[in-house]
Design a protein around this ligand. Structure first.
Ligand SMILES: O=C(CO)[C@@H](O)[C@H](O)CO
Length: 190
């Protein structure tokens, strides 16, 4: 990813957060990624780590229409993915969709109530709605609205060691081409 693209993504999402009443903490911990695939408009996500504790984690995320967070799972982390603004589509699988065409039933908590869904089902979340994703459940999400603010509340987060993607070409952090000066230091910046 070009640094200019990262800077622009931060400026645009910052404006959207502000417009929708989401005040960011002082010195937000920004994480902007194209998942190493070099096509931020297609596979891209902007995250801010709000709380990172050994017991829990909270993130605020932003994606624009067309941007997918590709299918992945966590071996340790259990997380609630929450639509805060807009409409969020989230697809869930019992097993890695690149390897197995599973039709297993997933017992998924949607808005706090257990619901049986078939692996591969897509759930649509309106603002205020959430799904609770147990570790081991594969998931992919993208906005159905032009823009989307997404929350994440979870057990401990370890982005380096606890993200398992279907696509083996994916790297969790972007490789950066320094075409201009950074406006913020990313979590992945040394
Ligand atoms: O877990 C999630 C989304 O499900 C994010 O916190 C990761 O950082 C994505 O890699």
């Amino acid at each position: 990813m070009r640094r200019s693209e990262i800077n622009n993504a931060i400026i645009a999402s910052r404006a959207f957060f502000e417009q929708h009443g989401w005040a960011l903490p002082p010195e937000p911990k920004w994480d902007v990624t194209d998942f190493g695939l070099g096509d931020f408009k297609k596979t891209g996500l902007i995250l801010i780590n709000l709380a990172e504790e050994p017991e829990y984690c909270e993130k605020l995320m932003y994606a624009a229409k067309g941007q997918t967070t590709p299918s992945h799972t966590h071996k340790k982390k259990k997380e609630d993915i929450i639509c805060r603004t807009g409409i969020l589509q989230i697809k869930l699988w019992a097993e890695d969709p690149a390897k197995v065409e599973s039709t297993d039933i997933i017992k998924l908590k949607i808005n706090g109530k257990y619901t049986d869904i078939t692996s591969g089902t897509e759930v649509s979340l309106l603002a205020g709605e959430r799904v609770t994703i147990e570790s081991g459940v594969w998931h992919e999400f993208y906005p159905a609205s032009d823009e989307c603010i997404i929350g994440e509340v979870s057990t401990a987060n370890d982005d380096l060691n606890d993200n398992f993607f279907s696509n083996p070409d994916i790297g969790r952090y972007a490789e950066i081409d320094e075409d201009e000066a950074p406006i913020v230091k990313l979590l992945s910046d040394k």
